[in-house]
Write a protein that binds this ligand. Structure first.
Ligand code: ARG
Length: 459
């Protein structure tokens, strides 16, 4: 039975190639449950508006549940005439209920229907993504917590900068992901506005109670302009943007880990499960997992360009171009989920090489603290910076460390140097001075861990 919902004014069948291009089922079938949920609520709204009696509404709701069962049991068969998930669900409903099923679409359009379905789906997608982000943040926090006190060189421009704690560096990535969680939380709240009841574009003339529908479907509000509501995909753009930023953060973490797992650094060792060998060189252990995470961020962010190019230039309200929103949205979601799952595994299983991390520290990285030493003796910072610069140059010229320059020579450069400069040479002491909020002292890092643990309550 070729159930077609709009055949009245047409003679003959649509072009076969067009039908194929138009068929969005390979992508939007995953909206089936959201489509059924929205339809159940809409049937109830029709009853409340007097367009269905109790028994009719009941029959529709129960039949929609039977259809859900068919989807779950993979019993749904697509027909060549099926266009999208909405037409499939309606065709099956009419199969079950006959003429009654044909009443469900009263006052509704696929335009407000698909926007509603997407928002219902997105709500779950955001929840799932937040769950994965939290798993990763927890995995990072756990490694950071169990390696408190381990020191390492901190880098800027990938040049040796200042000693920091390993946990401080690792948590810097968790803090980027924390921002992502907050961003997704904001999106979840802002997108939770119901389009249903907007019709094709003009609204609904049949007494549908949109505020009731919103409450019934768990939306915080209803859209304020029906022509805007049916053409708006900003919430999809926002989600893909959020996903893209997460993927950039994962890519940067991956890059750090790739670098730190080289023989040259050897700061961390990756578990065999997240590496692979070479078909030619028997000794190789390659960080494929992290390269894939770095690479897939390109794929994820390409969806952002895709959706924006799709929306650009469409006239107001709904246009079929918008059907492509799903491919971008679902790809961004799926690839990010994969990427997060692998990152969690890498972080949980990586081995932290304490000895190598601390052996990589060198006295030149104390130069800043030497300048602060002079500042504490009353020397203006600019002058202190200059004096230490001269010490560094002198040491470099002699091929020694700054800690090896005799006190007498230091005092020739700046009279404020005293014997207590030796205490500044202790890296462990050094990092503890940075006890400001956000700093690298153990107390500051403990506070950072507390902040991350509070995240669950903030979302
Ligand atoms: N499947 C379409 C989409 O996802 C919704 C259908 C609206 N189509 C229409 N011709 N009014 O965008």
């Amino acid at each position: 039975n070729n159930y077609q919902m709009w055949g009245g004014r047409f003679n003959g069948q649509p072009n076969v190639a067009l039908m194929e291009l138009n068929n969005s089922l390979p992508f939007d079938a995953r909206l089936y449950a959201d489509d059924l949920d929205a339809s159940k609520a809409y049937a109830e709204a029709l009853k409340r508006a007097g367009h269905l009696n109790d028994a009719e509404c009941d029959k529709l709701v129960k039949s929609l549940e039977l259809i859900r069962y068919d989807w779950i049991e993979r019993l749904v068969k697509f027909l060549p005439s099926d266009e999208d998930v909405h037409t499939v669900n309606e065709r099956m409903l009419v199969d079950l209920t006959g003429e009654l099923g044909q009443r469900l679409h009263t006052g509704r359009s696929r335009n407000d229907q698909v926007a509603t379905d997407m928002k219902l789906w997105l709500r779950k997608a955001i929840r799932e993504t937040l769950g994965r982000l939290r798993l990763l943040i927890n995995a990072i926090a756990k490694q950071a917590e169990s390696h408190l006190g381990v020191l390492m060189p901190g880098y800027t421009h990938l040049q040796r900068a200042q000693p920091v704690q390993f946990s401080h560096w690792l948590l810097s990535h968790a803090f980027a992901l924390r921002e992502d969680c907050l961003r997704l939380g904001e999106l979840r709240d802002r997108a939770n506005v119901l389009p249903l009841g907007s019709g094709a574009l003009a609204g609904n003339p049949l007494g549908i109670d949109r505020l009731w529908l919103a409450e019934r479907l768990g939306f915080a509000a209803v859209t304020g302009n029906s022509m805007h509501a049916v053409g708006d995909r900003d919430f999809v753009v926002d989600f893909i943007y959020c996903a893209s930023v997460v993927s950039l953060h994962l890519s940067r973490l991956a890059e750090d880990l790739i670098l730190y797992s080289t023989k040259e650094f050897d700061f961390i060792r990756l578990d065999d499960a997240f590496t692979s060998g070479s078909s030619l060189m028997p000794q190789k252990k390659n960080p494929d997992s992290l390269e894939l995470i770095r690479g897939i961020s390109g794929l994820i962010t390409s969806n952002l360009t895709g959706i924006m190019m799709t929306i650009k230039g469409t006239p107001s309200t709904y246009n079929k171009d918008l059907q492509f929103d799903k491919q971008y949205c679902f790809q961004a979601y799926d690839k990010l989920a994969q990427s997060l799952d692998v990152t969690v595994g890498v972080v949980q299983t990586m081995k932290v090489q304490r000895e190598q991390l601390e052996a990589a520290l060198s006295p030149d990285m104390l130069a800043t603290d030497w300048a602060y030493y002079l500042v504490r003796k009353g020397v203006p910072f600019r002058q202190a910076h200059h004096h230490i610069g001269r010490v560094v140059a002198l040491a470099e010229q002699r091929g020694v460390d700054i800690t090896e320059v005799p006190l007498g020579e230091l005092q020739q450069i700046c009279a404020a140097f005293g014997a207590d400069i030796a205490s500044v040479a202790d890296y462990g002491n050094n990092v503890q001075q940075y006890d400001v909020i956000g700093g690298t002292s153990t107390g500051s890092i403990a506070e950072q861990l507390r902040l991350l643990k509070k995240l669950d309550k903030e979302l």
